[in-house]
Design a protein around this ligand. Structure first.
Ligand code: SF4
Ligand code: SF4
Length: 173
C-alpha cells in the first residue's frame, strides 16, 4: 500500500494519524495549551465568525473527522501571525491548515476553492509562468521547471484535482 493511499484511508478513520503522516507533519497538537493567542492575532477570525484556530486544534486532538468537510478551514489567509504568536515552538497552525486542506481535497471536500487556482497551476506546469500568455522562460529553464514539477508530484496532483473538479461539476449538472 502506498503512503499516499494510507494517508487517504486513515483520513476517514483517524484524523490525527492522517495529519501525522502528511509530508508537512511535525506539529505536536497535544502541546496546545488552548490559550487562544492564535485567534486574537488572526485576521481571518475577524471576518469569519466561525473560523477559530484554537478550536481547530482542539478538534484535531479530539480526532473530529468532520473537520475535513468543514468549510471554515478554507477561511485562513496564510498570513502566519498565529505562528509567530503561539507560545509553543512545536505548533505551526499555518501548516495545519495546509495539511487539512490537502486531506480535505483527497476526500473530495472543498474542490470549489480550487476552481480559480487550477488553471493558473496548469499554465505553470505547461509554460512555467503564472499568466495566460506566451511563456517568457528560456527553454532550458522551462525544462528544469518541468522536471521539478514531475519530481515533486505537482503534475500528478494538479491532474488529479482537475479530474475530481470536472467530475464534481458534471454531477451537479
Ligand atoms: S496559540 Fe498555540 S498554544 Fe495557544 S491555542 Fe493557539 S495553537 Fe494552542
Ligand atoms: S495563518 Fe491563517 S490561521 Fe494563522 S493567523 Fe493567519 S489567517 Fe489566521
Amino acid at each position: 500500500m502506498t503512503a499516499d493511499k494510507t494517508r487517504k484511508e486513515e483520513g476517514a478513520t483517524s484524523l490525527l494519524n492522517a495529519i501525522n503522516q502528511h509530508p508537512l507533519a511535525g506539529n505536536d497538537y497535544l502541546a496546545c495549551i488552548q490559550c487562544g493567542r492564535c485567534v486574537g492575532s488572526c485576521p481571518a477570525a475577524k471576518v469569519s465568525e466561525k473560523f477559530n484556530m484554537r478550536v481547530i486544534n482542539q478538534r484535531i486532538i479530539e480526532n473530529d473527522t468532520t473537520l475535513l468537510a468543514d468549510e471554515t478551514i478554507w477561511d485562513c489567509f496564510y498570513c502566519q501571525s498565529c505562528v509567530n504568536l503561539c507560545p509553543r515552538d512545536n505548533i505551526d497552525s499555518y501548516k495545519t491548515i495546509l495539511i487539512l486542506r490537502d486531506l480535505a481535497l483527497d476526500q473530495g471536500h472543498g474542490l470549489q476553492h480550487m476552481k480559480n487556482i487550477l488553471p493558473i497551476m496548469r499554465w505553470y506546469i505547461e509554460k512555467g509562468v503564472l499568466t495566460d500568455g506566451p511563456s517568457w522562460m528560456e527553454p532550458r529553464a522551462l525544462d528544469e521547471v518541468r522536471k521539478i514539477n514531475e519530481i515533486t508530484g505537482l503534475n500528478e496532483r494538479v491532474h488529479g484535482l482537475e479530474q475530481k473538479l470536472r467530475k464534481a461539476s458534471a454531477a451537479k449538472e
